[in-house]
Write a protein that binds this ligand. Structure first.
Ligand code: BES
Ligand code: ZN
Length: 467
């Protein structure tokens, strides 16, 4: 093996591609990165192609199909979030740097480090045994961070090539530092942007202030109307379809090693906040939320400018749990905002991306296989966790391929995903390579034809998915 094919140099190379999917000027970087990944997959003996979509290309690779073996599809994404605020990075986001035994770079933990660990795990397995205990498919997309708008059609078009028994993803977080974690649920998401319009132009706030509704004030009032003081979302009907947590889930979250003190340390806040009656772990993974992701309007420059702005805006995302349907939640939110809109301004609402919530059974045959693999590699029983983040395509996987997704985590809680100084510990990377090998071995032990859902926990409830 040449040094440039060693795990760490390969990861550094992967991280140098600035694959920001939300910024059009990076389209060529995404294309180059997809090509590099595909060549890497070919070099370890897989059949690999870069396939076009309406948006960014997909890398699709597979080991030779042996019909006697089960098939595991490993999904991940090579696109990354934008880097701003760039001034808060200690080293440039696309010049990966090793310090404190961590690799600092945008995409290191979301999701390039994990994807490469899975690829290199397969490389190790092939090097040692000449084959893999299961057929492996890699599906690596370039649009996850913008809601996977092209993947739905891609899955339907390539349904036969993607046929699999189980899906394995490591695009999720550990409950605490280096603690083995199997996520069995992800929240869904529904996004909207609201523009609040007032006077036809910015006005002098002395000449007109007091007599004209200020759109920035109206935006603040609307945002404030979304929650009751006790943290519950105030939109009428918001919780109507939400099921209570099962006893075993409450027990699993009570046994979680994450403490409120950990969350205070990770976030830097002085006190936690949230819905009464739920632990922080439950609030994050098992309860729906309404979050303001951005708010603005009026003068943003240095000093004072006495202006009454013509408009203001805010951007919202709702995180959803099983049985909540994105379009219905957006309908309820829209009705709430229209009902609470102060007189003297109007609102325009634009809906954004959405994805259904996902729920799988951690005690299914494949769930138990994933738990065994985690225990083998980490030497500890894994925590079962409901992840607060979203991977919008999971439900479409289930619908189109009929397979459940299991999410053995590799990201540390302090990985700074989506933030400045995103990082991936070297030991997580190395452990990920071993975990992949253990996962393939354990998934191979599950009898063929056994599918994930055991039937005694609420699986995802079908609902329409909007792109
Ligand atoms: N890797 C994350 C999902 C995630 C976030 C897992 C936090 C564990 C902890 C994924 O890439 C992501 O960020 N998804 C977006 C989806 C959205 C842009 C549609 C999310 O959750 O905000
Ligand atoms: Zn991710």
């Amino acid at each position: 093996m040449t040094p440039e094919n060693d795990p760490l140099p390969l990861l550094l190379k992967f991280l140098r591609f600035p694959t920001i999917s939300t910024q059009a000027e990076h389209a060529e970087d995404l294309r180059q990165c997809a090509g590099w990944l595909s060549t890497l997959l070919q070099s370890i003996g897989l059949h690999s192609e870069v396939l076009p979509t309406a948006g960014q290309p997909v890398v699709l690779a597979h080991t030779p199909r042996d019909t006697a073996k089960r098939t595991v599809l490993i999904y991940g994404h090579y696109d990354v979030q934008p880097v701003d605020p760039i001034e808060l990075w200690e080293t440039p986001p696309f010049e990966p740097t090793l310090r404190n035994d961590r690799i600092y770079a945008r995409g290191s933990t979301d999701n390039k480090g994990q994807i490469l660990a899975h690829i290199l795990g397969v490389r190790e397995t092939i090097a040692h045994t000449g084959t893999t205990p299961v057929n492996v498919i890699f599906l690596i997309e370039g649009e996850e961070e913008i809601g996977s708008p092209s993947l739905d059609a891609f899955l339907r078009e390539h349904r036969d090539d993607l046929a699999c028994d189980v899906i394995c993803i490591s695009d999720n977080g550990m409950v605490s530092d280096f603690h083995p974690t199997l996520s069995y649920a992800m929240r869904g998401i529904a996004a909207m942007e609201v523009r609040v319009k007032g006077p036809s132009v910015d006005l002098h706030s002395g000449v007109y202030g007091g007599a004209v509704m200020n759109p920035a004030t109206a935006a603040a009032r609307l945002v404030a109307s979304l929650h009751h003081d006790d943290g519950r979302v105030a939109i009428s009907g918001f919780y109507d379809t939400v099921r209570p947590l099962a006893d075993w889930e409450r027990a699993a979250s009570a046994a979680s090693p994450i403490s409120d003190a950990d969350l205070l340390a990770q976030t830097g806040v002085t006190e936690l906040f949230g819905e009464a009656g739920y632990s922080a772990t439950e609030r994050i993974g098992a309860r729906p939320t309404a979050e303001v992701n951005g708010i603005g309007g009026g003068y943003q420059g240095e000093g004072t400018k006495t202006v009454l702005p013509a408009s203001a805006f805010f951007k919202l995302t709702f995180r959803l749990v099983p049985r909540m349907e994105p379009e219905k939640i957006l309908d309820l939110a829209e009705a709430h905002l229209r009902a609470h809109c102060p007189a003297g301004v109007t609102i325009e609402i634009e809906r954004g991306h959405s994805g259904l919530p996902y729920f799988s059974d951690p005690m299914s045959a494949d769930g138990q296989a994933a738990q065994r693999a985690l225990e083998r590699v980490f030497g500890l029983k894994p925590s079962l966790y409901r992840e607060g983040g979203s991977i919008p395509i999971l439900t479409t996987f289930k619908e189109v391929l009929g397979a459940d997704a299991l999410l053995p985590a590799l990201a540390s809680p302090d990985c700074a995903a989506h933030s400045p100084n995103e990082n991936f510990p070297v030991r997580n990377f190395e452990t990920g390579i071993m975990l992949n090998q253990a996962l393939l071995e354990e998934f191979a032990k599950v009898p063929r034809g056994v599918h994930g859902y055991r039937g005694d926990v609420p699986n995802l409830d079908r609902a329409s998915r909007t792109a």
